[in-house]
Design a protein around this ligand. Structure first.
Ligand code: GCW
Length: 657
C-alpha cells in the first residue's frame, strides 16, 4: 500500500517541498518496481504528485510502457543509500539496491525538475560521502525553567515534545522526516544532550514515546537516536554507582539497551554529553572517557547500535585570573591520549571549532589528531551565536570552508569525519519550521553538505531557492543570503576573537560579558591591544596542537590569517593586517560596512514584495528591522568600546560614541 504523504497542519509552510516542486514528476507515466516499506513511501510521493498534475503511476507492470520515469529496486552494489540515474529513449530511470537509495533517487529527480525529462543522460551513480548524516535536537520533554522547551531553540516549541509529554499527533513529525529525507539526512536524536530528570526516563519507562517518533520517521529512512544520562544506573536503576567498570552497571546498561531494541528494532544508538557543563560522567569514578564510551558501546554492540560520545569537555569553572588554562585546548588535551582506545561502534563527536560555534573559529585540531578513532564532526544549524534566527545568516560558506579544510596531510575535515556529520537542528513547531523563514536554507544546506561535503554551497543555495521559491525571486534571494554570514561576522566580534555576547542567552553585544567569567572565553582587551595569545612561544600553547603546516602558520602573527588573528594572538591596535589596515581601523571599517550590508539586504528583500508569498515576505521584513537594530547596537558598542580603550580615532571621522 502506498504511504500517503503527510498532511501539513493548516498554515504550516511547505518549506522546500511545496506541491509545485513535484510538477515535473507529477505529469508523467511512472513505473515503480520493487517492494519494501520505503518503496511504499516512494509510491505515495509519486501518486500524490500525479493526483495534482495529471500523471499516472503503476506498480510492477509486466508491460514495457512506454514510461517516462522508472523507479526501481534491482541494481547491486550501490549500498542501501546509493542510486543510479540515466535517461535513454525518452525514459528516465532511477535504480537502487535499497529503499533509501530509491527515495533519494526520487528526490534527486524532483530537484532536477523538467531537466530530468529532457535529452539523454548517461548512467551516473550517486552515493553519500558520509554514511551518517544526523541532526541532534536539544529538545526537552518538560519545559526547562531557564532553557525552555528547546535549549538554544529559536523556532517555537519542540516538534516532538510538549509540556512534559510526547506530542500525540505525529503528522508534523512525518512531514519533518520527509523534508529531511529530501535533503539527505538519515538520523535524528530526539532529546537534549543535557539530560534532565524527565528526559532521562525516555530510556526506560518512556521508551514507548521514542518508539512512536521512530515509527513516524522510519518511512523516510531516518533512524532514531536518544541522548542518555551517564548517571542513568543511579537515577533510574537504583544502583549505588554508575562506574563504567562495575559489573552491575554493565549489566544494567545491557538490559536497558535490550529493552530499547525490543521497542525500536532499528534504534540508532545513544548520544552522550559527559563531564561537560555539569553533566555526569566517568571522571567521578576516576575512569577515562574511553571507559565511559565503551561501556555504552558494549551494550549497543549486539544490536548494531552506535554511541556518539561528545568531545565537548572543558572546565567551565575556571578562574579568569589564571592565564594558563585555555578552553580551546581542552578537547584535544582530554581526548588525544585516548586515541585507539574507543570501541569500533563508538564515535567521538567533535565540534568543528575548539570553542563553541562562534561565527569564526579555526578548525578543531582534534579532528586531525585521532587516526585510530571514528570521529564525527558537529556543526550548529541552530543560530545560537549567529543571530538566533532573527538575523539572516546563511552558514553554507562557513561549513563548506570547514569541511574542505586540509586538516591532515591529504585529508580534508569532510574526509576525516569518518563517523559522519552531525548538526544541532534549528527546527521547531513554528509555522515556518525555523523561526526565520530564510533559516530553512541552513537546514537544507546542512543535509546536502553532509551528503557531499565538497558540494559548491552556492549551488546548494540555488537549489534550495529554486525548490522553495521558484524562479521569480531567485536572484534577489541569492543576493540576500549568499554573503550574509560574512556580513554577520563584520558587525559582531572581530577577527576571530569570539563571544562578546550577552551572557546566558547569547543574543546581542556585551563586549565584556564573559571577560571575568568562569566559562573561559576572553578577549583581554586593554589600552594597547586585544586578542588571546595562543602561541607556543609566549601563550597557552594551543597553536602547537595542530599538525603541519598549521602549527607554524598559526604560531606567528605574521603568517596567521587575518580572520583568525585575535584568536591566536594578542596584538596592538596599530598592528598591520595582511589586508594593509591596522587592527583598529579594520574593526571600525567592518562594523560600518556590516550595518550597511544589512541595510542593502533589507532593501533587496523589500523589492521582492510581489515575488514572494505575503506571509513569508512580511515575516522576513519584520525580522530585518530587528536585525538592523541589533547590528547597529553591535556596531556602536564594539566601535565605542575599542575607541575608548585605544583612543585611536576613526580615519574617516565617522560617528563613534
Ligand atoms: O553552545 C553551548 C550551549 C549549551 C549547549 C552546549 C553543548 C546543550 O550554550 O546550551 O548545551 O553548547 O554543546 O553541549
Amino acid at each position: 500500500m502506498p504511504l500517503p504523504v503527510p498532511v501539513l497542519p493548516e498554515g504550516v509552510d511547505p518549506a522546500w517541498l511545496p506541491p509545485a516542486a513535484f510538477r515535473a514528476v507529477g505529469g508523467r507515466r511512472t513505473l515503480i518496481r520493487g517492494s519494501g516499506p520505503l518503496v511504499e513511501t516512494v509510491h505515495g510521493e509519486v501518486a500524490e504528485a500525479c493526483r495534482r498534475f495529471g500523471g499516472r503511476v503503476v506498480r510492477d507492470a509486466s508491460d514495457d510502457g512506454p514510461y517516462d520515469l522508472v523507479l526501481g529496486l534491482g541494481a547491486d552494489g550501490l549500498g542501501d543509500e546509493g542510486f543510479t540515474l540515466a535517461r535513454e529513449g525518452g525514459t528516465t530511470t532511477v535504480t537502487a539496491s535499497g529503499g533509501r537509495g530509491l527515495l533519494y533517487g526520487l528526490f534527486h529527480v524532483v530537484r532536477l525538475g523538467e531537466a530530468a525529462f529532457t535529452g539523454e543522460r548517461s548512467r551516473r551513480t550517486h552515493r553519500p560521502a558520509l554514511a551518517l548524516r544526523m541532526l541532534d535536537h536539544w529538545d526537552n520533554v518538560a519545559v526547562h525553567p531557564v532553557m525552555g522547551q528547546v535549549e538554544r531553540g529559536y523556532a517555537g516549541g519542540s516538534l516532538f515534545w510538549e509540556d512534559g509529554r510526547a506530542r500525540g499527533d505525529l503528522e508534523r513529525v512525518r512531514a519533518y522526516g520527509r523534508l529531511l529525507a529530501a535533503c539527505g539526512i538519515n538520523a535524528i536524536s530526539v532529546n537534549n544532550v543535557n539530560v534532565h530528570a524527565t528526559e532521562a526516563r525516555l530510556l526506560t519507562d518512556r521508551i514507548g514515546d521514542v518508539a512512536a517518533i521512530a515509527g513516524a520517521l522510519r518511512p523516510y529512512g531516518i533512524r532514531t537516536h536518544l541522548s542518555v544520562s551517564f548517571a542513568a544506573p543511579l537515577l533510574l536503576g537504583g544502583l549505588p554507582t554508575a562506574d563504567p567498570l562495575d559489573g552491575a552497571v554493565r549489566a544494567w546498561w545491557a538490559e536497558a539497551t535490550r529493552r530499547v531494541y525490543e521497542a525500536i528494532p532499528d534504534f540508532g544508538g545513544y548520544v552522550v554529553k559527559a563531564d561537560s557543563e555539569g553533566q555526569p560522567g566517568p571522571f567521578a569514578y576516576g575512569r577515562s572517557h574511553a571507559d565511559g564510551a565503551n561501556l555504552l558501546a558494549a551494550a549497543l554492540e549486539p544490536f548494531g547500535g552506535t554511541v556518539h560520545w561528545r568531545a565537548f569537555v572543558y572546565d567551565h569553572r575556571q578562574d579568569w585570573r589564571d592565564r594558563t588554562t585555555d578552553r580551546a585546548r581542552a578537547a584535544y588535551d582530554h581526548f588525544v591520549p585516548l586515541d585507539g582506545r574507543f570501541a569500533p561502534n563508538a564515535v567521538l563527536q567533535v565540534k568543528h571549532g575548539p570553542m563553541d560555534f562562534q561565527v569564526r573559529e579555526p578548525v578543531s585540531p582534534l579532528i586531525g589528531a585521532m587516526p585510530r578513532t571514528r570521529l564525527a564532526v558537529e556543526l550548529q544549524v541552530t543560530q545560537e551565536y549567529t543571530g538566533q534566527q532573527r538575523h539572516v545568516c546563511w552558514l553554507g560558506p562557513m561549513w563548506s570552508d570547514v569541511l574542505g579544510f586540509p586538516i591532515e596531510p591529504g585529508a580534508s575535515v569532510g574526509e576525516s569525519a569518518r563517523g559522519g556529520l552531525v548538526a544541532v537542528s534549528n527546527a521547531g513547531d513554528d509555522p515556518f519550521w525555523t523561526g526565520h523563514p530564510l533559516a530553512q536554507a541552513n537546514l537544507y544546506t546542512f543535509g546536502r553538505l553532509a551528503w557531499r561535503p565538497d558540494a559548491d554551497p552556492g549551488a546548494v543555495l540555488d537549489e534550495w531557492i529554486g525548490l522553495t521559491y521558484g524562479p521569480g525571486p531567485a536572484a534577489g534571494l541569492h543576493a540576500v543570503l549568499d554573503g550574509s554570514w560574512r556580513t554577520y561576522e563584520k558587525y559582531t566580534a572581530p577577527l576571530g576573537v569570539g563571544f562578546m555576547v550577552q551572557p546566558g542567552h547569547h543574543y546581542g553585544p556585551s563586549v565584556d560579558g564573559y571577560e571575568y567569567s568562569p566559562w573561559g572565553t576572553y578577549h583581554f582587551a586593554d589600552r594597547d591591544g586585544v586578542g588571546v595569545d595562543r602561541s607556543v612561544a609566549t601563550g597557552t600553547g594551543y597553536a602547537g596542537q595542530y599538525g603541519k603546516p598549521w602549527a607554524e602558520v598559526y604560531e606567528s602573527a605574521d603568517s596567521c590569517p587575518d580572520e583568525l588573528l585575535l584568536f591566536f594572538h594578542h596584538v596592538s591596535y596599530a598592528h598591520l593586517l595582511a589586508s594593509g589596515k591596522t587592527v583598529i581601523q579594520h574593526i571600525y571599517d567592518t562594523h560600518f560596512e556590516g550595518v550597511e550590508e544589512v541595510e542593502a539586504a533589507r532593501d533587496v528583500w523589500a523589492g521582492l514584495v510581489d515575488l514572494v508569498d505575503p506571509a513569508r515576505h512580511r515575516r522576513v521584513a519584520e525580522l530585518f528591522e530587528e536585525q538592523l537594530r541589533s547590528a547597529r547596537e553591535w556596531r556602536d558598542q564594539i566601535n565605542s568600546y575599542f575607541f575608548r580603550k585605544s583612543g585611536v580615532p576613526d580615519a574617516h571621522g565617522r560617528r563613534i560614541y
